[in-house]
Design a protein around this ligand. Structure first.
Ligand code: FES
Ligand code: FES
Length: 169
């Protein structure tokens, strides 16, 4: 078994740049580091959760260059140069966004573990959705699992947000 020295391991790191919620970060990561790990452990964006680590639960969903993705399925080096939005960036003024307010109003969460990913998926869906049906909302969040709520209140929260704001957000 070949063991690399600490120096050897650090030599294997790649310098990347990630812009997260509008702030640019330069960091050195090993090629195998997942994007979710870089966000949480290297940059401190711990709002993004890790559930399954195998692309099933959606707890790690973030927006990369405008598209909601599961950040456990992308290496950090693959996101080099990308614009990333995490749940911490949903609200610009430090309060709750309309979608977050509606999750609160409708009790769209219990333990809250799925919530950051659910919010990022729903927020991205609502950017383009035009008066979505409940069925369309269900399809939009099908990649995000929630073991607590039974989904009804989550659907209510997303539906109300779509109805309240002209462009869906
Ligand atoms: S942790 Fe990424 S999909 Fe579950
Ligand atoms: S609120 Fe607990 S997993 Fe969704």
């Amino acid at each position: 078994m070949i063991r690399l020295s600490r120096e050897g391991r650090s030599m294997m790191k790649s310098e990347i740049s990630l812009t997260v919620n509008g702030t640019e970060h330069e960091l050195a990561v090993e090629p195998r580091m997942l994007l979710v790990t870089a966000l949480r452990e290297e940059l401190g964006y711990t709002g993004t959760n890790i559930g399954c680590d195998t692309a099933r639960c959606g707890a790690c969903t973030v927006r990369v260059d405008g598209k909601a993705i599961k950040s456990c399925m992308r290496f950090a080096v693959q996101a080099d140069g990308s614009e990333i939005e995490t749940v911490e960036g949903l609200s610009e003024d430090g309060g709750l966004s309309p979608l977050q307010e509606n999750f609160k109003e409708h009790h769209g969460l219990q333990c809250g573990y799925c919530t950051p990913g659910m919010l990022m998926t729903a927020d991205t869906f609502l950017e383009d959705a035009n008066d979505p049906s409940r069925e369309e909302i269900r399809e939009a969040i099908e990649g995000n699992l929630c073991r607590c709520t039974g989904y009804h209140n989550i659907i209510d929260a997303i539906e109300d947000t779509a109805n309240q704001v002209g462009d869906g957000r």
